[in-house]
Design a protein around this ligand. Structure first.
Ligand SMILES: Cc1cc2nc3c(=O)[nH]c(=O)nc-3n(C[C@H](O)[C@H](O)[C@H](O)COP(=O)(O)OP(=O)(O)OC[C@H]3O[C@@H](n4cnc5c(N)ncnc54)[C@H](O)[C@@H]3O)c2cc1C
Length: 452
């Protein structure tokens, strides 16, 4: 790339999943017209990321279509787009709402991106299909280096690398890749497959195994063996009034929420309505808890919160319930103690929760469905370099990065972030309704900082 003059140095966005895509679109709207935006993505396809790259029509959005607009100021945007999509294309309607296939949502994002690239006589959005491996500060901003050896001088950068991979466990050569399901049909129907994790990623893994032809037994394990709840038709419950005294400790807060759930039940309204009513204040509650209490939440309550807050789409939930009822999917609570690889199977030593004895589970393959990794333990080369150089640092509890209120990263460089990398600093930060707001706020903050 030729060296542009300083005022025209681009702003780079690293990662083109949902976060990077909407951040780039918002930056184009907020930055002056002479300032280009570089959107860098290591994967072949832009606008998909980890969540929306799946081609499996059973992999549905776990948020209603009505809440999936990419724009905070146009709440009906995705639903309107969906109405124009051809029928029979992965749109599932249920009494609990409309849920689209995640691959279809990826197409929506890719179309938004194409619109942004082709807009205007002189396009300002440039796509770089390469992994960014390093970022170094210069007198004028930053220089990005890519795996392919390209160098990009930029004024500022947004880290939108999103959902980090979990560390490489369980270690076994019989580990199967949930993102490459094509070989699942060759698995032997008389021998079991183990899924590690019982949340929404487990739902994905089971649906992928079935869609690709595996008909045998599946065992899914996690410490508590809790399966995600399922979206239900929700009656609206008013936002509970939570006082500072209520949120002074986790025990009190939990007691307060339980009383609210009981009051809702007495009025004939399920717990879903209460959890949904808490959504606008969840971040304030998280930030209001003393640090010690937040740590207790992460240790003890998080799995309970996650299975109630993050729900499966009704068709996916029904498929899992049917598997459990038929005994083709068995959910186990406990710990994996060890895995011994044999030539054609892995023998998993498993201790059920509450038991002193361990069991041996011979399985032909293992799927990792533990969800997202932590920043503090990440093997991501770019993040490791940035942390090593003091340009960014892990945030509260090491689950995300340390940020200021304007989403700029604590460290000595013009870097911002959004999406799952905010975990810990915020609580509700990983879903579309949160990220679209962050993208708009971040773009305003970057524009303001560069103006100064
Ligand atoms: C399986 C799954 C399903 C989900 N379903 C929903 C849903 O239905 N509704 C909802 O609201 N939320 C859902 N979520 C939550 C999800 O976190 C957000 O909706 C959103 O997808 C987050 O996007 P992201 O861009 O931050 O992260 P990601 O999707 O992880 O995208 C990050 C991108 O950055 C790229 N990248 C990383 N490092 C580099 C580098 N060094 N150089 C170049 N590129 C790089 C990656 O290749 C990737 O494309 C889901 C999450 C998952 C994991």
């Amino acid at each position: 790339m030729s060296e542009p003059s300083r005022s025209a140095l681009p702003v780079a966005v690293i990662g083109a999943g949902f976060s990077g895509t909407v951040a780039a679109i918002q930056l184009l709207a907020q930055l002056p017209p002479e300032r280009p935006v570089l959107l860098c993505e290591r994967a072949e396809r832009f606008g998909r990321g980890r969540a929306y790259g799946t081609g499996n029509p059973d992999h549905l959005l776990n948020v209603r279509a009505a809440n999936m607009s990419a724009f905070p100021d146009r709440p009906g945007h995705f639903e309107a787009w969906l109405a124009g999509a051809e029928p029979d294309e992965g749109v599932r309607r249920s009494p609990a709402g409309t849920f689209a296939a995640r691959g279809l949502y990826g197409r929506y994002l890719a179309e938004l991106l194409t619109g942004a690239v082709t807009e205007g006589a002189a396009p300002r959005l440039h796509l770089v299909n390469d992994a960014i491996t390093d970022i170094a500060p210069t007198g004028e901003g930053l220089v990005l280096t890519s795996e392919g050896g390209q160098r990009f001088p930029v004024a500022a950068a947004v880290l939108a690398m999103g959902n980090l991979a979990a560390p490489e466990e369980p270690a076994s050569r019989h580990r199967l890749d949930p993102w490459r399901p094509e070989g699942f049909g060759r698995l032997h129907p008389d021998r079991a497959v183990l899924v590690v994790g019982t949340g929404l990623s487990m739902v994905d893994a089971v649906l992928a195994l079935r869609r690709h032809g595996f008909a045998g037994r599946i065992v899914a394990v996690s410490r508590r063996g809790q399966v995600s709840s399922v979206h239900a038709p929700v009656d609206v419950w008013p936002q509970p009034e939570i006082t500072p005294a209520d949120s002074a400790s986790l025990t009190r807060l939990l007691g307060r929420i339980r009383r609210e759930v009981a009051a809702a039940a007495a009025a004939g309204i399920g717990w879903h309505g209460v959890i949904d009513a808490l959504r606008p204040v969840t971040d304030a509650l998280w930030l209001g808890l003393p640090e010690r209490e937040r740590a207790r939440f992460l240790r003890h309550l998080r799995p309970f919160w996650d299975v109630h807050r993050h729900r499966a789409a009704p068709p996916a939930g029904a498929a899992i319930a049917a598997e459990i009822a038929a005994g083709t999917l068995r959910i186990r609570a406990g710990r994996i103690l060890a895995i011994a690889d044999r030539p054609d199977e892995a023998v998993v030593e498993f201790r059920p929760r509450g038991s002193q004895e361990s069991e041996r589970l011979p399985v032909q393959g293992l799927l990792d469905a533990r969800g997202i990794g932590r920043v503090a333990e990440t093997a991501d080369p770019l993040l490791r370099r940035l942390i090593g150089r003091g340009l960014v640092r892990p945030g509260p509890f090491g689950i995300g990065l340390d940020v200021r209120p304007d989403l700029s990263l604590v460290g000595d460089a013009p870097l911002w972030t959004l999406g799952p990398l905010l975990r810990g600093a915020l609580w509700e930060c990983t879903a579309v309704p949160d990220i679209r707001n962050q993208a708009a706020a971040l773009a305003r903050a970057v524009a303001e900082a560069l103006r100064r």
